[in-house]
Design a protein around this ligand. Structure first.
Ligand SMILES: NC(=O)c1ccc[n+]([C@@H]2O[C@H](COP(=O)([O-])OP(=O)(O)OC[C@H]3O[C@@H](n4cnc5c(N)ncnc54)[C@H](OP(=O)(O)O)[C@@H]3O)[C@@H](O)[C@H]2O)c1
Length: 200
């Protein structure tokens, strides 16, 4: 796996995937920067990390997403997990609800099997998706069914209950869900997650 961006989300997810037994490399724009000394795994250039991975996880700021994908080179045929949130000033979705950041990511990375996931909960939940006996729900979507299968398995590996919502355009629903989570965190704090109540 290549985690593009070694910030809070990147290192949290990277640590969890490594603990679950996956080979994780980080791809950053300045691998020799001393600030990456504490990153929990090998730190390479974006191009090198992406080229040698089957699964690429985009965890940069939204502002850095396009440049990062350009630096990654050809991602055709790879699973590309988009964990970003396309949020601009004033807590507004930059792509509104008739398009989405995930669909923009797909246009920037032609041929990649883009799956939207890991964007709708805070990094504290990524670090520990267990809530007693329950597991945090992870909304995900993507056009490629085997890619969604793979991301569902990865999410389950680190303790989530993955819930697929269909094709990539469903990111138009999942990205606003992040705004709900962020807004609710102002009153609930950050140790809460999505869950589902079922009736038989
Ligand atoms: N924080 C959360 O709880 C949370 C939860 C769900 C989703 N998200 C989303 O996840 C993404 C990352 O959030 P974060 O909290 O991890 O942010 P962060 O700690 O600020 O990390 C952002 C990362 O983006 C990289 N970056 C920024 N501009 C770049 C560029 N032009 N080229 C390459 N890399 C660039 C930074 O690299 P440098 O170190 O080189 O600057 C850094 O590694 C955001 O899209 C956010 O909306 C966050």
């Amino acid at each position: 796996m290549a985690i593009l961006g070694a910030g809070r989300v990147g290192t949290t997810l990277g640590r969890r995937f490594a603990e679950a037994g996956h080979a994780v490399r980080y791809g950053v724009r300045a691998p020799d920067d001393p600030k990456h000394a504490s990153v929990p795994g090998p730190v390479w250039s974006i191009a090198d990390a992406a080229a040698r991975a089957d699964v690429v996880v985009l965890t940069t700021s939204w502002a850095g997403a396009e440049a990062t994908l350009r630096a990654a080179g050809d991602l055709a045929g790879k699973v590309l997990i988009d964990a970003t949130n396309p949020i601009g000033p004033g807590m507004v979705l930059t792509h509104g609800t008739t398009d989405s950041g995930a669909e923009q990511v797909s246009r920037w990375a032609p041929g990649a099997q883009v799956v939207k996931a890991f964007n709708s909960i805070g990094m504290e939940v990524m670090a520990n998706p267990r809530f007693g006996e329950a597991r945090a729900v992870l909304w995900l979507c993507g056009d490629d069914v085997p890619a969604c299968d793979a991301v569902s398995r990865l999410a389950a590996d680190i303790g989530f209950e993955p819930v697929r919502l269909g094709p990539l355009a469903r990111a138009r629903f999942i990205e606003p869900a992040a705004l709900v989570w962020i807004t609710a965190s102002a009153t609930l704090g950050r140790e809460f997650a999505w869950g589902i109540l079922r009736r038989d």
